[in-house]
Design a binder for this molecule. Structure first.
Ligand code: HEM
Length: 507
């Protein structure tokens, strides 16, 4: 079954498809489905969501590329309802009537996102529990403190490459590299981290000819890794995945490494860039040094509300007919989680300028049984990475006005093109030895080192933790020049504070 999108009675009393109905071609702004793609839609995603909300309420009919119809879920409560009802809204794309009746061509630009694969992100029930357990339990074995040290060290390596120049682009020279350095370390192939891997990870979800070659490149590396770890187990995510009692086949292990790499890479790169943008431009963060308004972990959380790395997610597919947000959803319909729209739902956020103070009720990581299992790793990479950057380059500042920053967009996410910055040139520094991701008793507490809702020592509010300190103006100003290990020179109480912060942060 396929949904008939909302119809209005015509003046002569007959029911005709509304202007904008897929059957009659889309018309903007007329109460019918709107296109989510194209330059206009991508130029002002937030405006589009608000127009859809005004016209349709919490769930709106929309058009994907080729004017394929789908539902965009805009309401926060409705998004939660969808993610928490896998029996009604499944991730199994084979249910999509558009695919079954040929409305959606197999080479549709979003095919890499919706083409079904036997991995956790496309299955439900016991099949999902088995595959997901292998991932979550293997991720839990990571030594979170060691990982934070590795993130810090990798960040410093990247900073070493630009610090003498006094200028750089923090998207292409920092945000796009750090998550790949960390993820290749986590899965146990740090030697594979290079520009080609970064390129391939970005390219493989695009659905072009080069995307296929990139996918082959990544999969070849992952298959070799699985074979190597079966011969020589190590203390890394890949070994734990293979050894997990779920008994993944070699193919399943390689496919899940790929899922993890893809899910982690672009999202975290976006988060870092967006947090940096906020740090440079948002007065709530800038005035922190003076007024104590926002810590770095709070800035990460605020960014996840205001600029989530996935603005929308395809998809969920209706298992049977139902009603959602006042719309009649038919079995086989496709739904997009409207993450950015849900995060700005006036019912939960009447004042978009309000500081969310670390509130984690945003939907940046989805929800329900598929909720992102790597979210605290993503948070840690952004938090520690930005912290390290501001520590080493405390006078770093944007060289352009915030409102001239450019974005590239798609239906599912938007990316900052560049973050051009300047700072005082400095010599490179020695980078501390890398700790290994040794086994660790499962402990989410460690991850919550960067978690805002955790109680923090009272002193942490009075004194800025780490380098996240700014005076007036556009630059986070240094209090002291940094030393060889990346820490500013401090007086005795400062050193004590540094030790306390290190203990508290775990690195
Ligand atoms: C800021 C960074 C990240 C963001 C915004 C993000 C966001 C998401 C979202 C929205 C989903 C889909 C949830 C749903 O369908 O309800 C997801 C799934 C997933 N993410 Fe993340 N993610 C991030 C980082 C990571 C990292 C670092 C890892 C791995 C270390 C990871 C691994 C996964 C996996 C394996 C899934 C599929 C889970 C399943 O289907 O059960 N993600 N992520």
């Amino acid at each position: 079954m396929t949904t008939d999108f909302p119809r209005r009675p015509s003046p002569d009393g007959t029911t005709t498809p509304p202007p904008g109905c897929p059957a009659h071609g889309p018309t903007e702004g007329s109460g019918g489905p709107r296109r989510l793609h194209g330059p206009e839609a991508e130029a002002d995603q937030r405006g589009l969501y608000e127009a859809l909300r005004a016209e349709h309420g919490a769930v709106a009919p929309v058009l994907l590329h080729d004017d394929v119809p789908a539902w965009l879920v805009l309401g926060h409560a409705e998004n939660l309802q969808v993610t928490r009802s896998p029996g009604q809204f499944s991730m199994d794309s084979r249910l999509w009537s558009g695919l079954r009746d040929g409305t959606v061509r197999p080479d549709h630009p979003l095919a890499p996102i919706f083409t079904w694969q036997p991995v956790c992100a496309f299955v439900e029930g016991t099949q999902h529990s088995r595959l997901r357990a292998a991932i979550t339990e293997s991720l839990k074995r990571l030594n979170s403190r060691g990982l934070r040290r590795y993130i810090n060290r990798s960040s410093n390596e990247l900073i070493n490459k630009i610090c003498e120049q006094g200028r750089g682009d923090l998207v292409s020279q920092f945000a796009e590299h750090l998550p790949m350095m960390v993820m290749t370390h986590i899965i146990g192939m740090p030697e594979e981290y290079n520009d080609r891997m970064v390129e391939a990870a970005r390219d493989m979800i695009k659905g072009t000819e080069t995307a296929n070659a990139s996918n082959a490149y990544v999969m070849d590396a992952l298959h070799r890794l699985v074979a190597r770890r079966k011969r020589e187990p190590d203390e890394d995510f890949t070994t734990w995945l293979i050894e997990h009692e779920a008994g993944l086949t070699d193919k399943e292990a390689a496919e899940h490494l790929r899922v993890t790499l893809i899910a982690a890479y672009e999202t975290t790169a976006n988060l870092i860039a967006n947090v940096l943008r906020m740090v440079f431009t948002d007065p709530r963060f800038r005035s922190r040094f003076g007024g104590g308004q926002m810590t770095l972990p709070e800035a990460v959380e605020q960014t996840l509300w205001d600029e989530p790395p996935f603005s929308a997610m395809l998809g969920r597919y209706a298992v049977s007919d139902s009603e959602l947000g006042g719309q009649h959803i038919k079995a086989g319909d496709a739904l997009l989680l409207g993450i950015a729209a849900a995060n700005t739902d006036p019912l939960i956020r009447p004042d978009l300028e309000a500081n969310m103070r670390g509130n984690r009720a945003h939907l940046a990581f989805g929800g329900g049984p598929h909720e992102c299992p790597g979210q605290d790793i993503g948070r840690a990479i952004a938090d520690v990475g930005v912290d390290a950057l501001l520590m080493r380059l405390p006078d770093v500042r944007l060289t352009v006005e915030a409102d001239t920053l450019e974005w590239t967009g798609s239906i599912l996410s938007r990316h900052l093109v560049q973050l051009p910055v300047r700072f005082e040139p400095r010599p490179p520094q020695d980078v501390v030895a890398t700790p290994r991701a040794t086994p660790h008793p499962p402990s989410t507490e460690d991850w919550l080192v960067s978690s805002v809702p955790q109680p923090r020592p009272a002193v942490a509010r009075a004194e800025p933790a780490g380098p996240v300190r700014q005076a007036e103006g556009n630059s986070p100003l240094p209090s002291r020049p940094p030393t060889a290990d990346g820490e500013p020179v401090r007086n005795a109480p400062g050193r004590m504070w540094a030790h306390l912060v290190r203990w508290w942060r775990g690195y």
